[in-house]
Design a protein around this ligand. Structure first.
Ligand SMILES: [Zn+2]
Length: 214
């Protein structure tokens, strides 16, 4: 079965995507991973992607479409996939549907994780990342005594990523609401759309998703 998972930044989509991939044995196709790989490579394309992401903006449709097209053509995508991070606009949703028709594939379910904006802002703007080991924690869990010390590796290296600053989070949510949320409805005109309440413990949310996929 081919599936698409959608949800605003900070909704726990990555965790749920991993769970679905493990349960159903499908290939995880994450545009985020593919974009991060491009940034890490330091290529000219990667530098363009990096500038766009740092500003909380969206990568262009043409660029995303090229990346996804190449991935769906690979052999391991024949036995079912979970697309994560695409489409992000109505135009991309329409482009994806046309692409799938072209390669004679369909989508069994679109899972849309839904979490109120204020909950997302609270989750993300308290998040801290370790510069040394990449560990992610929160302001509440490190406490006030030693606010920069990483609980994982012990380095004085916790910081707030630009992506997690409140202003950037609100900008990303605004982009999600106006551009991506309508794309779920576009897909829903054609495929089965399941709107899932994304508030609660990850295990409860996984249960809700399993309930609709089975
Ligand atoms: Zn660390």
């Amino acid at each position: 079965m081919n599936m698409i998972i959608m949800g605003p930044p900070g909704c726990g989509k990555g965790t749920q995507a991993n769970g679905i991939v493990q349960n159903l044995g499908v290939v995880h196709i994450s545009t985020g991973d593919m974009l991060r790989a491009a940034v890490k490579s330091g290529s000219e394309l990667g530098q363009r992607v990096e500038a766009v992401m740092a500003a909380g903006e969206l990568v262009s449709d043409d660029l995303m479409m090229d990346i996804i097209k190449e991935r769906l053509r690979q052999r391991d995508a024949n036995d079912g996939w979970l697309l994560d991070g695409f489409p992000r606009t109505v135009e991309q949703a329409e482009g994806l549907m046309a692409l799938l028709d072209e390669i004679d594939q369909s989508v069994g379910a679109v899972v849309s994780l839904e979490v109120p904006n204020e909950e997302i802002v609270q989750r993300l703007s308290g998040r801290l990342t370790c510069r040394e080991c990449g560990f992610v924690t929160s302001r509440q869990s490190v406490g006030a005594d030693d606010p920069n010390r990483c609980p994982q590796c012990g380095a004085e290296a916790l910081y707030q990523r630009d992506d997690d600053r409140e202003e950037t989070v609100r900008n990303r949510l605004e982009v999600y609401q106006t551009k991506t949320y309508p794309a779920a409805a576009t897909l829903g005109d054609r495929y089965r759309l399941e709107r899932i309440d994304g508030v609660g413990e990850p295990a409860e949310i996984a249960q809700r998703i399993r309930g609709v996929l089975e």
